[in-house]
Design a protein. Structure first.
Lengths: 833, 534
């Protein structure tokens, strides 16, 4: 066994962004959403992720704007802490330690200094009972505060944060239990329960699913399992409460929200239609259909300008108040629907897997961003549970990325199986895949494997599919016909079978001169040139589950994993078994750029990874107990820059990354120590320059400011004859930026010239003026309270500097520095009160 | 927000022959003009000069037809017995013909009486032709001899007695006045040179030779006999170039299309085949009502004239070219087009702010109804007479879409007698279509489920159900027969394939159809039938 030393398994991107309701900032510019262990701040205009607020050590369960300061936000997590963030700058302000796992968070403007959280009733066990607890947040300046003043408000509530809501002006809090509504009045310190009327309880699907309160009137809206929405009124009296019913949704209402003025009520559910009801004129409705997956959360910005809906397909849609979609933030779609293998699109190196129903998603691993979705099924998706839909079950790319083959199927039962094999050609003009051929019912049984030959130079013109009907078929790209103006299309070239056994897997050799098809216990080797059966290899007992040819110098080896827990390696030159080892291989794959092969083995409830070369008896790398459960999806991703690690244990990662999906659908990868160091270094750099929104201006001005920020370095640089580094990056930025987003040339010119100047002691006259202008503007904005600190600071700052034997600062620099300090610490004010 | 995705109407591959440039070219002929002659049309020959009249030899007459006339412009009747092989001279002034009575007659095209009579053969003369110097005539006869005659003094110049059977075809070289080729029923072709007194080349065709053809370059010789058309390379000493066997009866006549790119052969099997002369593949096929004896093409392929054993002469003229038609149509349309061209041709200036109108998605009526979940109405629309009759694939696609949505039952239910009978008539028309069967069988089962209770209430519906039942019975019989044929074919293939050492059962299929499709279809029919009986 080889030590796995410095190679580590890490999570890689694609965390859920639809887990909890996102929060929109007051000015509707930012969207905050919980994403795994960090809070992501997105720009609503550009859909870009601006910051990831990192600090929590467990799943984040809620994000909420601070009612008293609209630039700050709370987040709560299962790690038992509530953190306060400045989300515009991405800074952690304070951490409140509660000590219990938190499942939800509420706050109201009326209850200052108090937040309400959902925690389990019994801390030790995994109980299903939760309570709403009021937490008085202590006021002190420290970073880490322990909040001890807890008082229970409501007990036995649901852990779903959508099932509780604050009422008008924070006077009461409502919580929905399965069949009743509980309202707690803060004035009376009393809670009332309300039930549905007896005749409405019939049918049993009256369970409350979500709740929201009208912002200005005493009205509670509740959503129900059967798709009804009920508006409750007059609940100040215990007995005389009334409710009215609205019905449009055909299945459960998953989210409800009033607009800030209370003029409209928004509702959403499985149908993926956002319904806007006029308050008091409920017959008037607006609809926004076909938003994607089922709507899970709706949130509304405090100014009412934007709505956003979270969807089950890991997507957030930002909608303008005129019911028009303005932006879509799409995360990596994961879930039990993933039936295709993980694949790499050879052109963009994007990860490809099932996405939205009937789509393939192309996900950039480098940028952790969804590139696009490709509609495979091309049919209207009907949002109805229990309906059998077409699903993309298989996909394959050819080596050059010019062809994509997909298989979609509907109905699992054999006699009614509907199968389509589709072939997509890459269109250079559209930069996307375009449907070339649809083959309906390519096989009579389900397709078990699909593969293209590996030829990377010439055009691929062949595809092999194996099916449960006992045949494998070779499809050929037919030459274009004489007159038909359509291009070439695919048709069946060869139908092969072997003793009416069921083929399970197929694989082309590295030079595509051989095709291996595994017919249960027998591996057959065919030559695609003439479709002759060359030889059969068999290894009793147990059916062959996975086949893989070696690459490069090991291309003479064929590896097969059998169901009888064996991994066999045949030598194709001698047609004999080279070696056998006993392991339960769940997945076998070859690195396209090296001889290495990876085998994921299932052993005692967890998966082990072995990386080996077929020709060598010793594995290169092994990792025991990678994760629990079987690994069935994995892929080698070619690196953009080859690593040159000589360390034996990490050498196999030199050419490619290895990504894999665990049974719990986490995307994991391996990372070497050297890479990790590089990553952390780069992330630190980012933190420094992250305090201003990333605009083209910032990219130029930020550089400029960096120079001023550490005058020491500045002065040191000034000694050196040629000062290139910082300015060259700026020039690059300037050159790469599209011209229309740049400020006017006259403005840039001075800055650009200045960045090239060697001396900083004599900034140009023009620049000085500019800075003075900026200075005066800033001063006007500043509050008087800050004045004191502003004066005091320059006094001790230069004194500290002088100790370091640095040259004396110019006046401009001191002023600039002062301005900077003031800017950075503006959030201090928020802390002090 | 994604837009509504309309119902996917699958495009089914067109069965039958593929449309190629060739087929378009050869199909571009008008319906044939048929003229009844007095007997089997044994020879057709086009005059090499304008107005390209053609001589049709049938029974005891030779008719001259103009290219566009349906009546003969001239008739030569002075034959005592059946005439053979009426041919024009290269200047179109003289015509020569053989006869059953062994006399060869030479006519002036404008006159009626024979100018010369060449007597010397002892049996019927089937072959006559002018040599390229225009002063001599080649004849071939059933007395196994062929002769050269001088026209001015009607003297016999030379006689060749090399063939051992009837001479039934011959052709003179157009480049050399001394060369000619004859073909005989003794299976041989002989190339003669008038300067020597015997044949210079003998080629064995292998079957009685019925027709001969020289390429314009005269490097290649085509012979037809038996079921074979063979091409010989004369420059390589009569080496066989290619042998074509595309007819299933004797090939009787050959012709070249005007540019020499295509070879046509007519046969007793009533087909005319067109070959590409570079690949020698059949590119087109004409069907005729009777066995073909003679074939000729007008210059520029303007018309195809075919003579048959049932004494019918069939003339096909080429349709006028598309371009002429198009220019005429274009001119007519122009004025109205101009009115609208103004707006479309407006080019936005640089500073213009373009307000783009959202493109409205056009949806078919059934799609609009499906979008609103009006399933019954969508099915009604899809069953409208026009769609049902002309584009059944649309109706089937809508039914499939309803099935996918799980609402097919709702859409089928609650119909009155008239609507139900419309549904049933659609099923009767399309149920046995292999492309639609999987979808329609599901629908038919649902209809039977829903309307089981009302069977016997309406005579119209009952009649249609009975019809459906008989249809299914017939289809089952077909399928059974087909399976039997399939089994027979399998055994034939298995025995004819060379034994391979390895146990392999790979069968190559050139078409994309899965082999076992018929078996796939038969089971649901079986089930259906048992249900109908209930």
């Amino acid at each position: 066994m080889v030590e796995h030393g410095d190679v580590r398994v890490v999570h890689k991107g694609g965390s859920k962004i639809n887990f909890r309701e996102p929060a929109l900032s007051t000015d509707s510019r930012f969207l905050l959403c919980a994403s795994g262990e960090s809070v992501k701040v997105f720009s609503t205009a550009t859909e870009e992720c601006l910051h990831a607020l990192q600090g929590h050590t467990d799943l984040i369960t809620g994000v909420l704007l601070r009612p008293s300061n609209h630039l700050q936000a709370y987040s709560c997590s299962l790690d038992g802490t509530v953190r306060l963030w400045d989300f515009t700058d991405g800074i952690l302000i304070r951490t409140y330690s509660i000590g219990y796992p938190i499942y939800g968070i509420y706050a109201s403007a009326k209850h200052e200094g108090v937040i309400f959280i959902i925690t389990p009733m019994h801390t030790d066990t995994n109980s299903e009972l939760f309570q709403l607890v009021a937490v008085h947040l202590p006021q002190c300046g420290e970073q880490l505060v322990e909040a001890k003043e807890l008082s229970a408000v409501l007990s036995n509530i649901s852990s779903n944060p959508a099932a509780s809501a604050f009422g008008r002006e924070g006077q009461y809090i409502v919580s929905a239990k399965p069949l009743q509504l509980e309202v707690y009045f803060f004035k009376k310190h009393k809670s009332y329960s309300f039930f549905l009327k007896k005749d409405n309880q019939k049918g049993g699907k009256n369970t409350f699913t979500c709740i929201t309160c009208h912002p200005t009137e005493d009205c509670i809206a509740s959503g129900h399992e059967d798709g009804k929405i009920r508006l409750w009124r007059n609940f100040n009296h215990r007995k005389e409460y009334t409710y009215s019913t609205l019905h449009w949704h055909h299945s459960a209402v998953s989210s409800l929200r009033f607009t800030p003025e209370g003029t409209n009520l928004l509702s959403g559910g499985v149908e993926s239609v956002l319904v806007q009801w006029r308050y008091n004129q409920e017959s008037q409705r607006d609809f926004l259909p076909r938003l994607g997956g089922a709507i899970t959360h709706i949130s509304v910005s405090p100014d009412g300008a934007l709505f956003c809906t979270s969807h089950s397909d890991n997507k957030i849609t930002i909608i303008q108040s005129c019911v028009k979609v303005s932006a879509v933030i799409q995360g990596l779609v994961k879930g039990d629907r993933i039936r295709t293998d993980l694949m790499i699109e050879p052109r963009s190196k994007a990860l490809v897997l099932n996405g939205k129903p009937g789509h393939l998603q192309f996900y950039s691993l480098q940028r952790d961003k969804l590139l696009y979705n490709l509609d495979i099924v091309q049919q209207e998706y009907i949002h109805e549970s229990g309906l059998e839909q077409f699903e993309v079950v298989m996909a394959a790319f050819d080596a050059s990325g010019s062809w994509l083959a997909t298989v979609e199927e509907r109905k699992q039962k054999a006699p009614e199986l509907e199968l389509n094999l589709k072939l997509w050609a890459f269109d250079d003009q559209k930069q996307s895949f375009v449907l070339n051929t649809t083959i309906s019912a390519p096989h009579e049984g389900r397709i078990t494997a699909l593969c293209f030959p590996h030829v990377s130079d010439g055009q691929t013109t062949m595809l092999v599919s194996t099916s449960r009907d006992g045949h494998f078929k070779a499809w050929q790209l037919a030459a274009p016909a004489h007159t038909e103006d359509e291009g070439p299309s695919w048709s069946c070239d060869f139908l092969g079978a072997y003793h009416s056994l069921v083929p399970e897997c197929c694989c082309f050799s590295a030079d595509s001169s051989l095709l291996a098809v595994g017919f249960q216990e027998v591996v057959t080797v065919w030559t695609p040139a003439s479709w002759e059966l060359l030889t059969t290899l068999s290894q009793p007992p147990g059916a062959v589950r996975d086949l893989c040819f070696g690459r490069l110098s090991c291309s003479k080896y064929l590896l097969g994993a059998t169901t009888s827990r064996l991994l066999c390696c045949w030598n194709l030159l001698t047609c004999s078994l080279e070696w056998v080892t006993s392991m339960d291989v769940s997945l076998l794959l070859a690195d396209p750029l090296s001889e290495n092969m990876a085998a994921f083995c299932f052993e005692a409830g967890s998966t082990d990874l072995f990386v080996f070369k077929p020709g060598e008896p010793r594995p290169l790398f092994s990792h025991k107990a990678l994760c629990s459960g079987r690994v069935t999806h994995a892929v080698f991703v070619p690196r953009e820059v080859m690593l040159e690690s000589c360390d034996e244990a990490s050498q196999w990662l030199n050419c490619s990354h290895l990504y894999f999906l665990t049974q719990s659908m986490d995307l994991l990868t391996f990372i070497t120590k050297a890479e990790e160091d590089k990553l952390t270094a780069s992330s630190k750099q980012l933190v420094v320059s992250d305090d201003v929104a990333m605009t083209p201006f910032h990219l130029l001005l930020g550089k400029h400011r960096d120079q001023l920020e550490n005058p020491q370095a500045e002065s040191r640089l000034s000694v050196e004859p040629i000062r290139q580094p910082s300015s060259s990056a700026g020039i690059n930025e300037l050159l790469q930026m599209p011209a229309h987003v740049l400020p006017s040339a006259s403005f840039l010119c001075s800055m650009f010239v200045q960045s090239l100047l060697i001396s900083v002691n004599k900034p140009s006259e023009q620049n000085k003026e500019k800075e003075e202008e900026m200075e005066s503007e800033k001063e006007e904005e500043d509050s008087d309270g800050e004045m004191e600190s502003r004066i005091s600071r320059p006094e001790h700052m230069p004194s500290g500097e002088s100790g370091c034997a640095a040259p004396a600062l110019t006046k401009e620099e001191v002023r600039e520095l002062r301005r900077l300090k003031k800017l950075d610490h503006s959030w201090m004010k928020g802390l002090l009160d | 927000m994604a837009s509504y995705k309309p119902t996917n109407i699958p495009v089914y591959p067109k069965l039958g022959e593929k449309v190629t440039e060739e087929t378009l070219y050869w199909k571009n002929y008008k319906t044939p003009i048929q003229i009844k002659e007095f007997g089997a049309v044994s020879n057709i020959h086009f005059s090499p000069v304008t107005p390209y009249n053609f001589a049709v030899t049938a029974f005891t007459r030779i008719h001259l037809y103009g290219l566009l006339s349906q009546e003969p412009v001239k008739t030569f009747t002075r034959f005592k017995d059946t005439a053979y092989c009426g041919r024009f001279r290269s200047d179109g002034q003289l015509l020569v013909a053989g006869c059953e009575d062994s006399v060869v007659r030479l006519f002036d095209v404008s006159g009626k009486v024979a100018l010369r009579m060449f007597k010397g053969h002892t049996k019927a003369v089937h072959v006559t032709d002018f040599t390229s110097d225009r002063y001599q005539i080649l004849t071939g006869s059933d007395d196994y001899t062929c002769c050269l005659w001088d026209i001015p003094n009607s003297a016999q110049l030379n006689t060749y007695q090399e063939h051992t059977d009837y001479i039934r075809c011959g052709v003179t070289s157009q480049l050399n006045r001394d060369l000619f080729v004859t073909g005989s029923y003794d299976h041989s072709l002989k190339v003669f040179d008038a300067r020597v007194d015997k044949s210079v080349m003998t080629i064995n065709h292998g079957h009685p030779v019925e027709s001969l053809l020289l390429y314009p370059s005269e490097g290649l010789l085509v012979s037809a006999g038996g079921r074979y058309v063979r091409v010989w390379d004369l420059l390589k000493g009569g080496q066989p170039l290619v042998s074509l066997k595309n007819h299933h009866k004797t090939v009787t006549c050959l012709a070249l299309s005007s540019n020499g790119q295509r070879l046509l052969s007519g046969s007793l099997d009533r087909h005319v085949k067109v070959y590409n002369t570079t690949s020698y593949k059949v590119v087109h096929n004409f069907d005729y009502p009777a066995a073909i004896l003679s074939l000729a093409l007008a210059p520029e392929d303007e018309s195809i004239v075919v003579g048959m054993t049932n004494s019918i002469l069939s003339i096909k003229h080429r349709k006028p070219s598309e371009e002429a038609k198009e220019t005429a149509g274009h001119q007519r349309r122009r004025p109205s087009y101009r009115v609208y061209a103004h707006r479309k041709s407006y080019v936005p200036k640089q500073d213009d702010y373009l307000v783009s109108k959202p493109v409205r998605q056009h949806l078919a009526k059934y799609d609009k109804q499906l979008k609103k979940f009006n399933v019954s109405k969508a099915l009604d629309t899809a069953l409208e007479t026009w769609i049902r009759g002309r584009k059944p694939e649309i109706t089937v696609a809508v039914i499939r879409e309803l099935d996918r949505r799980g609402t097919l039952k709702n859409a089928l239910a609650g119909r009155d007698e008239q609507e139900l009978s419309r549904l049933l008539s659609f099923l009767i028309a399309n149920l046995v279509d292999a492309r639609f069967a999987p979808v329609l069988i599901t629908a038919a089962e649902m209809i039977l489920d829903i309307y089981q209770s009302i069977i016997g209430q309406s005579p119209v519906v009952d009649k249609q159900l009975l019809h459906l039942q008989s249809l299914l019975e017939r289809e089952l019989d077909y399928q059974k027969d087909l399976l039997e044929v399939l089994g027979m074919l399998d055994t034939m293939f298995a025995s004819s394939l060379p034994k391979i050492e390895l146990p392999c059962s790979g069968i190559s299929t050139s078409n994309g159809l899965p082999q076992g499709q018929s078996t796939d279809v038969i089971f649901p029919y079986n089930k259906m039938q048992s249900r109908v009986f209930e």
